[in-house]
Write a protein that binds this ligand. Structure first.
Ligand code: TXA
Ligand code: MG
Length: 334
């Protein structure tokens, strides 16, 4: 296995590609415990892992992503017990953790004063976003490291979230120490972020766990304005989910100089088509959303396409998260 080379400024020049087997995970564990950056798969998207208790490691996450430093990161844990050592869980938080962890749900809760998570990881807020991911490789890594691990999506700020190791390498190769290649992420959109630090639950970001599933358990959840404005969840910047080509939503016809992101029976006449789900299955579609955008962006730029046209996605279940990401992708160019 090749060694990473660090310059004095902490810039990595070589990114190791690790297998999720025992030696690969042991290497990833060593790197993380040493304050290095390791991208790893979760069920949602690949996260950029760093020891959240190591301020320098956290700073290098922001540096590698080129991320605005006011944007707080999610801390990942192997169990709810471990997560609740850093935040104070309400009864509601415990109910949700019991029902949906491990899984694509992030809870924002008051940070414990004694938490060792670097303040920079939470962007100096008195709350912390915590999550227990469902991917077995992520859980194995998190329990071996036995520290909270940051996990913003492992892409340069303003670009699409990676759902395959190749996406990570394309965006961050040479800027991070390693990526553990666990194949494709099966949920494919980021976790649902729920703020439980105020008087009632507030949805900060629709995501891989459908709002309907949460509301079935705990009743109505307030929504924040999806439009970027004064942001409660600063990560919801419009540009956050943008491919390089412009995006046109709600396509009911398509032109030869456009790539088509289809859902259900596809429109005909596009320069290239990626079908999220031929049979109109929202779960399948969500799992393929970022892969489709990555692909249409790459192929479209090769073929000289003007833009990516997107067919309408129904406003139910994971469709909500997909529509949110697509609106951001389109808004970034408006
Ligand atoms: O599925 C996911 O959540 C992926 C995988 C890797 O786990 N991670 C991810 O992280 O999407 P990131 O950093 O790209 O998104 C974190 C979201 C952002 O919208 C951020 O603003 C919000 O969570 N967030 C984090 N801490 C917060 C806090 N204390 N208060 C409010 N929002 C917070
Ligand atoms: Mg992201």
């Amino acid at each position: 296995m090749e060694k990473s080379a660090f310059s004095v400024s902490g810039v990595v020049t070589k990114t190791e590609c690790l297998k999720p087997d025992a030696p690969g995970l042991a290497r990833a564990t060593d790197l993380l415990r040493a304050g290095r950056l390791v991208a790893f798969a979760t069920e949602t998207v690949y996260g950029l892992g760093a020891d959240a208790t190591n301020a320098r490691a956290v700073a290098s996450v922001y540096a590698a992503k080129g991320r605005p430093s006011f944007n707080p990161l999610i801390c990942h844990y192997a169990s709810a017990v471990a997560a609740f050592e850093d935040v104070v869980p309400s009864a509601l938080a415990m109910t949700l953790a019991e029902a949906f962890w491990p899984g694509p749900l992030t809870l924002v809760l008051p940070r414990r004063p004694e938490s060792k998570v670097a303040p920079l990881a939470g962007a100096g807020l008195d709350t912390l976003a915590v999550r227990v991911p469902a991917h077995p490789d992520a859980l194995a890594l998190l329990s071996a490291v036995a520290r909270p691990i940051t996990g913003p999506s492992a892409n340069p700020s303003g670009q699409l979230s990676p759902t395959e190791a190749a996406h990570v390498i394309a965006g961050l190769g040479g800027k991070i120490d390693a990526v553990v290649d666990s194949g494709a992420c099966w949920v494919g959109v980021e976790s649902t972020v729920l703020d439980l630090s105020g008087s009632g639950p507030v949805l900060l970001r629709p995501g891989g766990l459908a709002l309907e599933d949460i509301e079935r358990l705990i009743g109505p959840v307030a929504l924040v304005e999806i439009d970027p404005g004064p942001l409660r969840s600063p990560g919801m910047l419009a540009s956050h989910y943008a491919p390089r080509l412009p995006v046109r939503l709600g396509a009911i016809s398509v032109m030869a100089d456009e790539g088509l992101l289809a859902f259900g029976p596809p429109l005909l006449g596009a320069g290239a088509t990626f079908n999220l789900s031929e049979r109109g299955d929202l779960v399948e579609a969500a799992s393929r959303l970022f892969t489709g955008l990555h692909w249409l962006d790459a192929v479209g730029r090769e073929l000289g396409h003007a833009r990516i046209a997107v067919m309408d996605i129904p406003k139910v279940g994971l469709g909500l998260a997909m529509r949110d990401r697509l609106h951001r992708a389109a808004a970034a160019r408006a």
